[in-house]
Design a binder for this molecule. Structure first.
Ligand code: 13P
Length: 351
């Protein structure tokens, strides 16, 4: 059997202390929603320009260990003709790629979805590796209501995630497995904990059954917190306690690491919650962040699609990444966070 040492090394580099992973893997449609926030039309050149500014922000590699891209940006180049994966690699950031093909209705189950994309995955993974990718992401999403998510939906998605993870490891790519519990909703933190625990436990049962090597897996999960429409919003301490408890009840101790998505939380709130988790001290797994909206919103707020704002926007991204790097170590001080006073562009949903 092939050795997985390269996978372990990639995963360890992604989980480096003080760093997070930038999720810039919005589909072309969702990237268009980001551009619309700053008044730009959803055209390839603007998507390329947006990503180029993110990836080339001066100093960003100090706080970002890897970047998740979407198929089109994996094949994109800078204005100077350098492929995006090469730009990242040259700066010491690891190129990653979202390989699922989005959510589709789960027949016979109202309001539930299953993630597709397995059919030609082995061939695509080979190509992505050749293009420079060293890790991948696959996202399943669960909305909480009184009747969802069902065990059947979590089981179907876990099978897909496990098949994907096995294929990714075979291709020499670290699988980032993401069972996202959606923040939008009126659910309590207790319900969020119960659902997240069920989803993550179901996932790891399948990963084990499908003989995925845990040491070459990164879990990307939601923080446990009350829904955005719940009457009582969770404090950072509540989020940290519930999240870490859920992880200890659900995640094998030998996986390579755990990262959190921001899920539509305001950037500062995501940082504060990450910091509260960091303050609980070292856990058995390395823990960090893999934010999209919470990193891109400060950038977009400054940028507004205008060239003359580029330097300020890149500084805003760097600042947020630095705050998250401190939070990852439990060393962030919200009172000193100057960005917190500014209003942010609200980016809407993620895929
Ligand atoms: P958010 O941080 O915006 O939730 O996105 C992370 C992600 O990759 C979701 O799949």
């Amino acid at each position: 059997m092939r050795s997985n040492e390269d996978l372990y090394a990639t995963a360890a580099a992604l989980m480096a202390d003080g760093k997070g992973i930038l999720a810039a893997d919005e589909s072309d449609g969702t990237a268009g929603k980001r551009l619309a926030m700053v008044g730009l039309p959803n055209e390839p050149e603007h998507r390329q320009g947006f990503r180029e500014l993110l990836f080339t922000a001066p100093g960003i590699e100090e706080f970002i260990s890897g970047v998740i891209m979407y198929d089109s940006s994996m094949r994109n180049t800078t204005d100077d003709g350098i492929p995006f994966p090469d730009v990242l690699t040259a700066r010491g950031m690891i190129p990653g790629i979202k390989v699922d093909r989005g959510l589709r209705p789960f027949q016979n189950f109202e309001d539930e979805q299953v993630t597709q994309g397995l059919d030609d995955l082995a061939e695509r993974l080979k190509e992505y590796y050749a293009l420079g990718a060293r890790f991948t992401k696959w996202r399943a999403a669960y909305t909480i209501s009184t009747v969802t998510p069902t065990p059947a939906c979590m089981e179907a998605n876990a099978v897909m995630l496990a098949r994907y993870a096995a294929l990714a490891q075979e291709a020499g790519l670290v699988p980032m497995v993401e069972p996202e519990v959606i923040f939008a909703g009126a659910h309590s933190i207790e319900r969020a904990e119960e659902v997240t625990m069920h989803a993550v436990q179901t996932l790891f049962t399948k990963l084990r059954e499908y003989r995925v090597d845990p040491k070459g897996v990164i879990l990307k999960t939601s923080m446990v917190l009350a829904g955005d429409a719940h009457t009582e919003q969770s404090t950072p301490e509540q989020v940290a306690n519930a999240t870490v408890r859920m992880l200890h009840m659900s995640v094998p101790y030998d996986i390579a690491g755990i990262v959190f998505l921001s899920g539509g939380q305001a950037p500062k709130r995501a940082t504060e919650n990450l910091n509260a988790i960091g303050k609980l001290g070292k856990q058995v797994w390395p823990i960090s962040s893999s934010f999209s909206r919470a990193l891109e919103e400060p950038f977009l707020t400054e940028w507004q699609g205008k060239e003359e704002n580029t330097a300020m926007a890149q500084k805003a991204l760097l600042y947020r990444a630095k705050m998250n790097g401190l939070a990852q170590q439990g060393k962030y001080n919200p009172k000193r966070d100057v960005q917190a006073k500014k209003s942010s562009v609200k980016t809407g949903s993620q895929d």
